[in-house]
Design a protein around this ligand. Structure first.
Ligand SMILES: *Cc1c(COP(=O)(O)O)cnc(C)c1O
Length: 344
């Protein structure tokens, strides 16, 4: 990639730091399908600890983590409740149905945040005419709603009431460390009442590859088999886990800065004519550009010509994501470029 390009497409674009590359170089490895990769084993113990769960599983992608978790928490023919713009619904190739054999029940929300009040009318017991609810999936932070953070009491309340009806709860916590930093709540506390949680090492935390899914040991044991079925038995993947361990150690402390950079973008974008910026709580900035009379695709192309890459989400919204490989000054330059594009 051209070093002068300012890449705000996603926090997945972060490259491994020199320390990570060194750790990868030195990683002790073994065959993980036999459970013999010491670095993966360390990562799985550490991730479980941070998530406050008995065990965890290293998976190649967050998508695979969500797929394994929803399969573990449901039976064929059940429903999974999530919000209408959830990653598991919009960006995971219908794996809830394709792999788990479940139907998604999508619930409208303002900013991706479900509440028990919104969910309760859709929760169904076993009956002769409908599919029962198997699980509820909460996305924290919420990607398409602009990095929204769930209030802790809302998560706790949903978990308590769901469990009272025998319904499980999964947290799609791809960016749960951003939620943790934004609220000062440990990840283990955020996920305390949820059955399973997935989080990505490969986003703001900076690892090149990998996500974790955490939960009770008996479920993670089953999850290991599902991971193999999905083609995720990765052998000497300790070279990846070594980067993941560093991501967990050093990554969270850097996220506060990403959030500051997102606030800078928000402040600057708000000054652009006819651009409406959604509330920004973490590292994702979503803005509605429909009033500019220009399509996100067209604006993206014009920005790219000025060295800034930022994608449209749909025909109205554009998204900018801050991360450790973009500086405050580059964020500022990106906003300047946007102003030029809109003036031109
Ligand atoms: C990125 C992301 C995932 C997983 O993505 P992968 O690209 O498969 O690692 C899952 N959920 C949310 C909310 C995400 O943003």
């Amino acid at each position: 990639m051209n070093p002068h390009i300012i890449d705000l497409r996603s926090d997945t674009v972060t490259k491994p730091s020199p320390a990570m590359r060194q750790a990868m170089f030195e990683a002790e490895v073994g065959d993980d399908v036999y459970g013999e990769d010491p670095t993966i084993n360390r990562l799985e113990i550490r991730a479980a600890e941070l998530a406050g769960k008995e065990a965890s599983l290293f998976v190649p992608t967050g998508t695979m983590g969500n797929v394994i978790a929803t399969k573990l928490l449901t039976e064929h023919g059940q429903e999974v409740i999530c919000d209408s713009r959830a990653h598991i619904l919009d960006w995971e190739l219908a794996m809830v149905s394709w792999f788990s054999g479940c139907v998604i029940r999508a619930v409208e929300t303002e900013y991706g945040v479900l509440t028990w009040d919104k969910i309760k009318g859709y929760v169904k017991p076993v009956g002769p005419h409908w599919s029962a609810t198997g699980a509820i999936a909460l996305e924290n932070t919420h990607n398409m709603a602009g990095g929204r953070v769930y209030p802790q009491e809302v998560i706790d309340d949903i978990c308590d009431r769901a469990h009272a009806q025998g319904v499980k709860v999964h947290i799609d916590g791809a960016r749960i460390f951003n939620a943790s930093v934004a609220t000062g709540t440990p990840v283990a506390r955020i996920a305390e009442k949820a059955d399973t949680v997935m989080f990505c090492l490969s986003k703001g935390l900076g690892a090149p590859v990998g996500s974790m899914v955490a939960g009770p040991k008996h479920l993670m044991d089953k999850g290991r088999l599902l991971r193999k079925r999905l083609g995720g038995g990765m052998r000497q993947a300790g070279i990846l886990a070594a980067a993941g361990l560093l991501a967990l150690e050093d990554g969270p402390a850097q996220l506060a800065e990403d959030h500051q950079k997102a606030q800078l973008l928000k402040t600057r974008f708000e000054q652009l004519p006819n651009v409406t910026v959604l509330p920004v709580e973490t590292n994702i900035v979503i803005m509605d550009v429909s009033a500019t009379g220009r399509a996100p695709k067209e604006l993206s192309a014009a920005l790219k010509a000025r060295g800034v890459i930022m994608n449209g989400v749909n025909d109205k919204l554009m998204r900018a994501v801050t991360h450790r490989d973009v500086t405050q000054a580059e964020c500022s330059a990106a906003a300047d470029a946007f102003a030029e594009v809109l003036a031109g």
